[in-house]
Design a protein around this ligand. Structure first.
Ligand code: PBG
Length: 331
């Protein structure tokens, strides 16, 4: 017997105790952030058909949800507003009485500093055409006119009480524009989370139901082409140059390579967003008996962590935090 393996990599996989001991990565509740949809003009939570287990929340229900998030030990909530009225320039986004700004105030009052309150900074929920920016006369997205609106939105969200602004519109220069506006308003404390490498994706489909998106067409002139990895890295580095405090990659599951590269190069924290379609795929497949739901959730999250995400936005945040508190392993 001379040609036996001298390297036996299976040795460390031999028992559950060994596997647990040598696992390179794990998750903790503080690394999870829950996206929350707050809808104007509803009295009770409304389930989102394409996202089993996720609802649109009334403003009134938000304080209880914040308490639940605090009890779960997660790192924060990311708020999205679903307004009753939309217009060409997304006025509801900058209006202090707009649904998202009101939700921020309610959430911040309930949180009392125990958890971070984060807000989506983008126009798509507020424009009647559904684009993330304002339109020029020829129907194209006017990047620089949009920056002015984003800057006012940033100040409105800061005044409403947000801790972290999630800039998801993919306009060039949006980080610098919002940073300058906030600093001029005396808000040097507000943290900017840049959705730096945000890919145009079919996996946002259920989200568009969740926010009742009116978009016809697509976002390919501003969101990244899934064929491009290097460009995602460049977006993250540009955002860091502009002053981003945190950079993010999304969708997480289809961008693990970009996430790993950004994580290697970034001097600021790197997060990932496990988006609505990734959530829906697993929920619907599990409901059809095709996969083991909990194992698929755990595996999807640990893979995102392994690729380098320090925090993950996921619709399973509260549930998974419960598993982790109970000492359950994700794999
Ligand atoms: C834009 C925004 C989107 C998502 C987060 N912020 C939608 C889009 O770009 O079309 C998607 C999140 C998800 O799918 O869970 N405000």
């Amino acid at each position: 017997m001379t040609d036996f393996p001298t390297r036996r990599l299976r040795r460390l996989r031999g028992t559950p105790a060994l596997r647990r001991l040598v696992a390179e990565h794990d998750l903790t509740p503080r690394r999870l952030v829950l996206p929350v949809f707050v809808k104007e003009g509803i009295a009770t939570a409304q389930p989102i058909a394409t996202m089993p287990g996720v609802s649109q929340h009334p403003l009134d229900g938000l304080a209880a949800l914040v308490d639940e998030a605090v009890a779960a030990g997660i790192g924060g909530i990311m708020l999205f507003g679903v307004p009753e009225h939309r217009d060409a320039v997304g006025s509801g986004a900058t209006d202090p009485a707009g649904i998202l700004n009101r939700a921020i105030t309610v959430a911040a009052a309930a949180a009392r500093g125990r958890i971070t309150v984060q807000a989506d900074l983008c126009l798509d929920e507020f424009t009647d055409h559904g684009h993330c920016g304002v339109l020029a006369d020829d129907g194209s997205i006017d990047n620089d006119a949009t920056l002015e609106v984003y800057a006012r939105m940033a100040v409105a969200q800061a005044r409403a009480g947000a801790d972290i602004l999630g800039l998801s519109g993919m306009m060039d220069g949006q980080i610098a524009a919002c940073r300058a506006a906030l600093d001029a308003d005396g808000r040097t404390d507000i943290v900017l989370l840049a959705y730096s490498a945000k890919y145009a994706s079919a996996f946002y489909g259920p989200f568009r139901d969740a926010v009742e998106s009116t978009l016809t067409g697509d976002r390919r002139t501003y969101q990244l082409d899934a064929a491009n990895g290097r460009e995602g890295v460049q977006e993250a580095l540009a955002d860091i140059d502009e002053g981003a405090d945190i950079v993010m990659v999304k969708p997480a599951g289809t961008s693990l390579d970009v996430l790993a590269r950004v994580s290697d190069l970034s001097a600021v924290p790197v997060w990932a967003y496990q988006v609505s379609g990734e959530y829906a795929l697993i929920e619907h497949a599990a409901a059809s008996g095709l996969i083991d739901r909990d194992r698929a959730i755990g595996e999807s999250l640990i893979a995102i962590r392994r690729a380098g995400a320090e925090a993950i936005l996921t619709y399973w945040a509260i549930e998974v935090a419960g598993w982790l508190r109970a000492g359950r392993d994700l794999t």
